[in-house]
Design a protein around this ligand. Structure first.
Ligand SMILES: Nc1ncnc2c1ncn2[C@@H]1O[C@H](COP(=O)(O)OP(=O)(O)OP(=O)(O)O)[C@@H](O)[C@H]1O
Ligand SMILES: [Mg+2]
Length: 364
């Protein structure tokens, strides 16, 4: 999948931008606060997802404007297509001239992955950030996953309520069996999907990391859970989760929380067999987060036969020249947009196209 044209009108500080990117690396460079991230955000909006940084659609409208318009021409699903996004009170998508009934219908049409500085939390923060990454990535590929996750969370909430109240209401105690069965039922589906996803992700991410580090370091990602169950089928996962819940019951009654299950699991990220969160340098952490996001794109390609467009915001800082060079010149057969402040990166770019951004405009 690749973009052939983008137009943005009254979107953030982009009053009227029109670009024709190349099929390889597109470098958007300029000083701080000129609109580089805004341009990536404009592209991202066509995925049908919410912005990776704005909470509300209204924030996307240029100050003082009532509406914004974005237009995209792209090649995807074996043909040249157009998508228009009008942002007024809400978001309205028009694909190939046909208005889509709701923004969620746009999902799965134009595919992209985004890496921005907030994604460093993937490596630097606690397990919740990595569980969210897994859940979002799987949710995009398997629409039913979101429902299992929400049913799981409901059952978990109920078990926790009972754990807290059981001391005062002994009759509630019997309902624990029911909630534990539900948790194990939905939880085993979540485990099955997450374990399967990580199996696909890990080779791609390892290859990408090897490239970035010129094979000097290895990246290893694995699904980390209290009781390892790799290779187990859904029934075995259900039985093992249920047995663990029963085993944990006595302790859980004291704390009033559920101590086992996918809500406590993690995606372990290791560089040269050491936890990246605890021991890796800034540049290594950035490289690892990038390898996870590009790995996510590779899994999507594997699954849909479409290569998502990569949007890399401010990926270069903290990386040495060799790593920067890899990102600029070795991600081939893949459309990439990279923002950076340093104009010297343009000289290092061998095949791509560079766009200078100033005050919300692309300089000619
Ligand atoms: N709704 C809006 N309307 C008009 N301008 C906006 C709006 N939202 C943000 N801006 C402005 O857009 C400017 C550029 O933002 P952007 O994040 O794209 O900069 P950048 O080029 O990525 O800078 P940096 O290199 O620091 O990341 C900001 O200075 C901000 O004031
Ligand atoms: Mg920026």
């Amino acid at each position: 999948m690749y973009i052939t044209e983008l137009e943005a009108v009254a979107f953030r500080n982009l009053s009227g931008v029109s670009i024709r990117p190349c099929r390889e690396v597109n470098l958007i460079y300029g000083d701080n606060a000129q609109g580089k991230t805004n341009l990536l955000e404009a592209l991202w909006m066509f995925t049908g997802c919410r912005s990776f940084r704005a909470a509300k659609d209204a924030e996307l409208l240029q100050f003082g404007k009532q509406k914004a318009r974005l237009f995209l021409e792209y090649y995807g699903h074996d043909r040249l297509q157009t998508m228009q996004l009008d942002i007024e009170k809400g978001r309205t998508f028009t694909q190939n001239g046909v208005r889509l009934p709701s923004p969620s219908r746009a999902m799965g049409e134009f595919l992209a992955v985004v890496f921005s500085p907030v994604h460093l939390t993937l490596v630097k923060d606690g397990p919740a950030a990595r569980r969210r990454f897994l859940d979002n990535a799987i949710g995009q590929l398997k629409p039913k996953y979101g429902a299992a996750l929400s049913d799981y969370n409901k059952a978990l909430l109920q078990r926790n309520l009972v754990l807290k109240d059981a001391a005062y209401h002994r009759e509630l105690f019997d309902t624990l069996d029911v909630w534990e069965d539900r948790i194990a039922y939905y939880g085993s589906e979540i485990l099955r999907q997450r374990i399967g996803y990580v199996q696909r992700l890990r080779n791609f991410s390892a290859d990408i990391y090897a490239g970035i580090s010129r094979k000097k370091e290895t990246l290893r990602v694995s699904y980390a859970q209290a009781v390892p169950t790799e290779g187990a089928d859904r029934k075995e996962l259900y039985e093992s989760l249920l047995a663990n819940l029963k085993k944990a019951r006595k302790d859980d009654l004291l704390t009033g929380t559920t101590s086992v299950g996918p809500h406590r699991d993690d995606l372990a990220v290791e560089i040269d067999f050491l936890s990246a969160r605890t021991f890796a340098s800034q540049g290594q952490q950035r490289s690892a987060a990038l390898a996870l996001k590009l790995g996510e794109a590779a899994v999507i390609r594997n699954f849909t036969n479409e290569q998502p467009v990569a949007l890399l915001d401010d990926v270069m800082s903290e990386l040495d020249t060799a790593r920067q060079n890899y990102i600029l010149n070795h991600i081939r057969d893949w459309q990439v947009f990279i923002t950076c402040c340093d104009p010297s990166s343009v000289k290092s770019l061998r095949y791509g196209k560079a766009f200078a951004m100033k005050e919300g405009r692309i300089l000619k």
